[in-house]
Structures are given as structure tokens and as C-alpha cells.
Design a protein around this ligand. Structure first.
Ligand code: AHR
Length: 514
């Protein structure tokens, strides 16, 4: 049996856990909004038309922030269409997903819903077909207290208090030729800079995200960031990074190693941003917003160009299995391991469209396999991230090279004394024995340990069997300063230990004498 050893020490701190790492994404796309979060005719609908059964699942999932309203959708969106009396809102063509947008849900409804569901909204502005003025207008509508045409319009529309939205994305994936209003890096960099400047004039408290690459295979990957940031480095706070992993065309072992790509993307884009910062002699250090990430069976999707306006709304409702849940777990581990550089993560999307939650119009709502690693990480990754380096066998993968069987991270919550280990076993067939050295935590005892796995890793959840795949209790013992566990093949595991005050590793101080 393979053994994975890790050593946990309170001195190995990476950074505090930014709770915004556990974000999500709602786009006007497919059934994410309509018959996803919003369905006025549904039995569980609240008085504003939002499904209570979905909101309850969202609260259990526990995302902290939610990006809205797109995605590709935002690049031809007119936000004004979605405010004011519903009866007067126009039907519009949504060019991105070839559908008719009813505008029943707009910024006011969405902000209210997201806060009731326990999330802070992150708003994206349209820099595809629109520009500086419309972005500044939307910000004024949302955040200005009152006394101007747009802020008073918000008040008339029912939101007396400002929405007070802090995080704003300057467009979406404008490096992609599929994007409405696609731009060169220079065109976008200039537009992002001028939009940022104007938005900060409206509200200097905003945090701004510049569009980075749509994925690591883009021909302009990293060159795009370099050129864009040369224009707007000192005006933005974060640069975005999007990444989706398609299980269909690759071997399972390659799919299970997907987080190696995310790891490389993060280090590459951080280095690119630092390079620009150095050239500009800037004292600022940008952080990354991984504001779209997930598993997506993209090769099963015929593509936007094959869509037509007369079809049903259903779009890319991928069904996820245990392999996918383990990949999602390893992507969460990777985000946490880079907590010193990644400030925001948004799993894309929240409901129905490549999502942890599925719904049936007029029917139930249930959690997919990938719901569980997210919910557990969001609930338990608190305090500070501890660096963990598993010593374990590797396998050779055609795409990713040397891949360790086990990936892991830990967090330490100084307040409660809870030490949480999150790990995945990528082996298709073998259980791996985990030996976690916890000598630095005297009296560590097991609070709870679970593993998500299945004899059939292609198992998934359905409306009839929503708990077919879910975390199950796992045996963990602590002896002589080592926590022992057995990680089943293709599994995601969470081990929570109660510690008393950790003993800091003694400092070795050297003194020069004589
Ligand atoms: O999340 C689905 C789509 O993926 C988004 O609209 C776009 O930003 C990305 O390409």
C-alpha cells in the first residue's frame, strides 16, 4: 500500500484564508436564473419569485460571494433593461447564448436575493459593446446614496439604501474571439484603465478586477495579461483567470491531475503581473481572481454558433460523478495553497449550468457530487492556510508529467483550535495510507473525518437519489503525534482535529560572537 506522509506545523503559514475563495457565479444563461434560482410559479417560491428550496441548498453550499450577471452574457447586456417596473422591461436578444432575455430578474432583484442567501454580490460591467459611461452609470445606480438621477431611480425602484457593491469585474473574457465585442490586449487595456479611473471617481472604495486569460491554452496566454496590465496595473486590484477542465477527451488519470494546470496558471499569471509591476516601478502587488473555474464537459457542447433563438432554455446541464468531485476538491486545495496570491475564487456556475445544484422546473432541487467538496471546504477552511507537502509516490501523466497520488492542504483556526486537513487520493485502484504528523499540536484529537468516494466512481446523484454520493464517516486515529487514515481510491477527504494552543516550532537563533 502507498503511504503519504505530511507534516503539520503552525509555523508553516501561507496566508489567512480569504473567505472570498469560496465564491460562485450566476449568469443569465440556460436555466441558471430562470427555473434555477427564480421560478415564481414554483411551490416554494417566495413573494419575490425566488425558489426557497434552491436558496436553502445555496445556504448549505455556503458560497460567500457571487459574480453576476455574466459571463459572455454581460458583453452585450444593457443593465437598464433589468430595473424598474417588470411590466415595462423589454425582451431582448441575448447574443451570447442565442436566447431571448425577459429581464424579469435584474440588478435590484439579484442583489437582494444574493444577500438573503448569505452572499456578497460581485458585479461585472459590459465592456464588450459598451464602455466607460455605462459602467460609471451602473456603479452610480448601485452605490451612490441619493440625490442624483440614477441613485434616485434606484430609490424609486425600491432600494432606498445603496447596494454598496464593492467588487467589480471590468468586462468578461475579452481575449476570446467568441466574446461579443472581443478586443485586442491594447484595446482592452486602455478601456479597462479608463473605466477603472471613472469608476473610482464615482466610488473610490471599489475593488476592480481586470480581465485575464480565458484559459491557459489561449494563444495570447500571459502576453495578454502583460499588455493589459501595462495600461491598467495601478488602477486595478486583481487580474482574473478562468479555467475549465473537460473530462471527456482525456484519460481518468489526466482528468484527476487537472489541478496541476491551475497551479501552473496561478504561478505564471502572478509572475507576469509582478513583472509588469516591476517594470512600472509600482509598489502595488496585484492578486488573482479565479472568477470562473470548474469541471465542464465542454466537448459535448456544440458551441454558441450552433444555438438558435427558438430552442428551449436548457444549456450545458452537466451531470457530475465522483471523479469530477475529486477534481473539484483538488482545485479547491490548489486555490487554498495559493492563498497568499489568490484572493477570489468563483466556481462556475451555481445552478443548472455546469453547477453543483440541479433543479427541475416545477420539481425538486438536489446537490450534485461536486456540491460536497465545495460545501466542506467553505465550511471548514478557516483561519490560516498551512503549507503541506505530501511525500508520496507519483505517476507519469502524458499531459501533466509527474503527478503526486495525493494532494493536500491544511488550515488552522487559531480561535477554535480546529486543524482541518483536506486531501485527495488520485489513485484509480489503490487505497493510500495517510500519516499526518501533528506533533506540533499536543493533544490533537479527532473531531470529524469524512471521505467522499464510491465503489463505482462514475456514480452520480439524481432527483430520486440525491444522496447516492455524499461524504461518509472515515476512521482516523491519532497515536504518538501521527494521525492515521486510509484514503480510498478516487476520494476527497476532510479530517478535522481539535487542538489545544499549538506549540510554535522553536526558533534557532544564531549569534555571531567575537
Ligand atoms: O460559464 C460559462 C461561460 O464560460 C461563461 O459565460 C464565459 O465567461 C466562459 O467562457
Amino acid at each position: 500500500m502507498h503511504v503519504a506522509t505530511i507534516t503539520l506545523d503552525p509555523a508553516f503559514r501561507v496566508a489567512p484564508v480569504d473567505r472570498r475563495l469560496f465564491g460562485t457565479f450566476v449568469e443569465h444563461m440556460g436555466r441558471c436564473v430562470y427555473t434555477g434560482i427564480y421560478e415564481p410559479e414554483h411551490d416554494t417560491a417566495d413573494d419575490l419569485g425566488f425558489r426557497r428550496d434552491v436558496a436553502d441548498l445555496v445556504r448549505t453550499l455556503g458560497p460567500t460571494v457571487v459574480r453576476y450577471p455574466g459571463g459572455n452574457f454581460v458583453s452585450s447586456y444593457r443593465w437598464e433593461d433589468g430595473v424598474g417596473p417588470r411590466a415595462e422591461r423589454p425582451q431582448r436578444l441575448d447574443l451570447a447564448w442565442r436566447t431571448v432575455e425577459s429581464n424579469e430578474v435584474g440588478v435590484d432583484e439579484f442583489v437582494g436575493w444574493s444577500r438573503r442567501a448569505g452572499m456578497e454580490p460581485i458585479m461585472a460591467v459590459n465592456l464588450g459593446t459598451r464602455g466607460v459611461q455605462e459602467a460609471a452609470d451602473l456603479l452610480e445606480y448601485c452605490n451612490h446614496p441619493g440625490g442624483t438621477r440614477l441613485s434616485d431611480l434606484r430609490r424609486v425602484n425600491g432600494s432606498k439604501e445603496p447596494h454598496d457593491i464593492r467588487m467589480w469585474c471590468l468586462g468578461n473574457e475579452l481575449d476570446g474571439p467568441w466574446q461579443v465585442g472581443h478586443k485586442t490586449a491594447q484595446e482592452y487595456g486602455r478601456l479597462a484603465a479608463e473605466t477603472a479611473r471613472a469608476m473610482r471617481m464615482v466610488d473610490p472604495r471599489v475593488e476592480l478586477v481586470a480581465c485575464g486569460s480565458s484559459n491557459s491554452a489561449m494563444p495570447t496566454f500571459a502576453a495578454w495579461e502583460r499588455e493589459v496590465l501595462e495600461h491598467c496595473y495601478d488602477l486595478v486590484d486583481h487580474v482574473s483567470l478562468h479555467t475549465y477542465y473537460d473530462p471527456a477527451p482525456v484519460e481518468k488519470t489526466t482528468h484527476l491531475a487537472s489541478s496541476r494546470d491551475l497551479d501552473r496558471m496561478i504561478t505564471t499569471i502572478a509572475a507576469t503581473a509582478d513583472h509588469v509591476g516591476a517594470r512600472l516601478r509600482s509598489r502595488r502587488r496585484l492578486t488573482l481572481a479565479v472568477d470562473e473555474w470548474n469541471v465542464w464537459y465542454q466537448s459535448r457542447f456544440a458551441g454558441q454558433d450552433r444555438l438558435s433563438y427558438d430552442r428551449s432554455h436548457e444549456l450545458i446541464e452537466d451531470v457530475y460523478d465522483v471523479y469530477d468531485a475529486v477534481v473539484v476538491g483538488s482545485l479547491l486545495i490548489t486555490l487554498l495553497r495559493h492563498a497568499d496570491r489568490v484572493a477570489i475564487g468563483c466556481q462556475a456556475q451555481l445552478v443548472n449550468v455546469i453547477a453543483p445544484i440541479l433543479t427541475r422546473p416545477g420539481g425538486g432541487a438536489w446537490a450534485q457530487t461536486i456540491f460536497h467538496p465545495f460545501a466542506q471546504a467553505a465550511a471548514h477552511a478557516r483561519g490560516e492556510v498551512l503549507r503541506v507537502e505530501p511525500q508520496v509516490a507519483t505517476y507519469e501523466d502524458g499531459l501533466y508529467g509527474d503527478v503526486p497520488l495525493v494532494e493536500a492542504v491544511a488550515t488552522l483556526d487559531d480561535e477554535s483550535g480546529t486543524l482541518t486537513i483536506m486531501c485527495v487520493n488520485r489513485s484509480l485502484a489503490e487505497t493510500v495510507r495517510l500519516e499526518a504528523g501533528v506533533r506540533a499540536f499536543p493533544d490533537a484529537s479527532v473531531l470529524e473525518a469524512t471521505a467522499l468516494w464510491d465503489d463505482d466512481p462514475s456514480a452520480h446523484n439524481t432527483e430520486m437519489r440525491p444522496d447516492r454520493v455524499a461524504p461518509r464517516p472515515m476512521d482516523v486515529t491519532v497515536e504518538d503525534g501521527i494521525a492515521h487514515a486510509h484514503l480510498p481510491p478516487v476520494s476527497w477527504a476532510v479530517i478535522r482535529l481539535q487542538t489545544t494552543r499549538p506549540t510554535p516550532t522553536p526558533h534557532v537563533s544564531a549569534s555571531l560572537e567575537g
